[in-house]
Design a protein around this ligand. Sequence first.
Ligand code: S3P
Length: 415
Amino acid sequence: MAIRGKISLPGDKSISHRALMLASLAGGESRISNLSTGADVQTTRKCLEACGVIIEDNKNDVILQGGDYIDPDQPLNCGNSGTTTRLLLGLLSGQGINATFVGDDSLSSRPMDRILDPLSQMGLKSESKNGKLPITINKSTLCGIHYESPVASAQVKSAVILAGLGAKGKTSIAEPILSRNHTEKMLDGLGGKVSIDGLTTAVSNLMSPLTPFKLSVPGDPSTAAFFAAAAALVSHSDIQLNCILINPTRIGVFRALGSMGINVKYLEQWEEAGETIGNLNISYQPMKGITITKDEVPGLIDELPVIAVLATQANGKTIVRGAEELRIKECDRIHALCVNLNKMGAEIEELDDGFIINGPTPLNGAEIETFHDHRIAMAFTIAGLVSEGDVVLDHPECVSISYPEFYKELDRLQS
Ligand code: S3P
């Protein structure tokens, strides 16, 4: 069995969330195609609709009327989605909305004080359960601040920027390492006043609505990474990933695959709506272990679970440090990797801020605890391609958070 063929992925999850939110700030009708098919993006859509935004499906596109927001009459259910919660906390605070945010057990255990701290410095009045959901925001007048973010987080940066659009004066945020930059890029393209100086992004109050837009969301590189990893793992594999977002803040995984010895070829590349998109070819080669340092982590944070799976089949040590943020994702991903890779017979050492894997080791089939985390489920499905015996996931359905079509497409590419 090898992994071969061509695949196009649904739209990038990060850009899909932002496209819906920014279209809601536009003065007229926007049309978005190739939106992410994942449940998280549907969650953002439902929350915006609950705030009075009119969103309709038209064939495969979504049409959205920007305009005024209303206070939702029910709590906003953010499900499993950290991006929905954190970005909407910023956006709706800036728009003077009264709302309560709730979520599932995983989301309710994740830190939201990283958003409430800067927003309260801007003047937001809110209540939370020790910095976690449920959170209630109360209509407040926000004033611009300069915020030095202690974490390299695009969600923190985006929340502050979106709040800044409704704040008096100028709002700026500096981050320690560059995180994904889609919010600032999109805003800049749509008439928002954005200035970027190194690691500092500044915005001003949006005096007039953003320009309505048409956007085809480029394919999600974080989802593409699982297919790239499958091709890297299974001998004789060769796949083409079409129309993938290749923004430099998102393609750390492809850099890492290249350093491991995998053939990663960029075929055509082009620009659309300020983002770079490309077709990539990935083919099998024996792999060697690599070291991933703190500076590289934001560029591949969501891909570390599948990189860990690859590391079990690479020659030598793979060392990942500076990745403590993994502990507060949809689950504690360092713990989830250690528990499950140990079950499969891999050699993994747990660190506070990462892990060390010594490869190569044969992998056994095992019963995998997904912790209801889509990226853990997908990473261990990929591990199952080379395991001796079956990998059985406790909650396979959780892949629908980002990519409901995952198993079907993986089956299609196996020959
Ligand atoms: C995201 C940013 C990242 C990432 C998440 C999506 C975004 O989180 O892990 O899946 O769309 O802004 P952090 O910003 O918290 O690192």
